[in-house]
Ligand binder design. Structure first.
Ligand code: SF4
Length: 305
């Protein structure tokens, strides 16, 4: 069994930068992480051990600690004002690409457009985006699009939206609202696009795909959907221990990719476990006798570190 890693995968710069800020904080007990920093249980448990307070879902109550860390997903300006009014010191790790989506939404609204946000309405990033808008619309699927009375509409996307899904929703908006002037700003982030392009290239070469990432990670789930839509057997795991060797029986080439909140160590552990599964399968394969005088059958590949 051969294992091929995607050219682009795993943690994006936005999450890495947020974690780097956390690394430099000297008094974790005085800080509440406002919402889930990454959709990864191991990382959250490590932050817990360091003494950070965490609100799993961004709570409506003001945290008790003197400092509040805003995650890479960002928050609304309304929320920021609420925290400042409570005299909280804000440590802001909002990703610049999420900030760009906020600015695009505000600019569209300033043009007199009703803003449509393509994304998951229960996702923390989308909640932050819509809280600053007047009567926003959130659309998760093309089937949810309807005709709206406004003559001017502005469309943005959650940064981790799959490009194809966004395009289908935009087409549906234009079709259902022929009376409206529709302006679309592409706010899907470049790391998300790069990871999707890399998994597409991988899917052409593999007969199975392993996707590593949290169950709540939007872009991880999209990589899984991408694999399944391409007709490639796809398994989603959060950690190496979840890999079942039986699932790989008969697989020849297995692709490996990961969502933007997956730490390098988790990916490497999954890769090592895949190599171990491949080595065990190769060792168990019966040797094929060659014709008289032929070279001996190749040895099973050795497990590499
Ligand atoms: S997924 Fe994109 S927008 Fe979100 S933190 Fe990473 S780089 Fe920023």
């Amino acid at each position: 069994m051969q294992i091929v890693r995607a050219d682009e995968m795993g943690m994006c710069f936005g999450v890495r930068d947020a974690l780097a800020v956390l690394d430099r904080i000297e008094a974790p007990a005085s800080v509440t992480i406002h919402g889930e920093l990454v959709h990864n249980g191991d990382v959250l448990a490590a932050l817990d051990r360091r003494g950070f307070h965490q609100t799993p879902e961004r709570a409506r109550t003001v945290p008790a600690t003197p400092a509040v860390l805003i995650t890479a997903h960002g928050i609304s300006d309304r929320e920021r004002r609420r925290l400042r009014a409570a005299d909280k010191q804000l440590i802001d790790t909002t990703c610049p690409l999420v900030r760009r989506a906020h600015e695009a939404a505000q600019a569209l609204q300033a043009e007199g457009r009703r803003v449509v946000v393509i994304g998951r309405r229960d996702h923390v990033e989308v909640r932050g985006l819509v809280e600053d808008l007047r009567d926003p619309i959130v659309v998760g699927e093309a089937g949810e699009v309807t005709s709206w009375p406004e003559a001017r509409l502005g469309v943005i996307s959650q940064t981790t939206t799959q490009v194809g899904r966004a395009e289908a929703i935009v087409a549906a908006i234009r079709a259902a609202n022929p009376h409206a002037d529709v302006r679309v700003v592409d706010t899907i982030c470049s790391p998300t696009k790069a990871r999707v392009a890399a998994v597409d290239a991988l899917l052409a070469r593999v007969d199975a795909l392993v996707v590593v990432g949290g169950r709540d990670s939007n872009n991880t789930n999209q990589l899984v959907a991408r694999g399944r839509a391409a007709g490639v057997a796809t398994v989603h795991v959060g950690a190496a221990a979840e890999l079942d060797a039986g699932w790989f029986v008969g697989r020849r080439v297995v692709g490996l990719t990961a969502g933007t909140s997956t730490p390098d160590a988790t990916i490497d552990a999954v890769h090592a476990r895949l190599r171990a599964i491949a080595a065990t399968a190769a060792a168990a394969r019966p040797a094929v006798a060659g014709p008289p005088g032929a070279a001996p059958a190749p040895r099973a590949p050795q497990r590499t570190p």
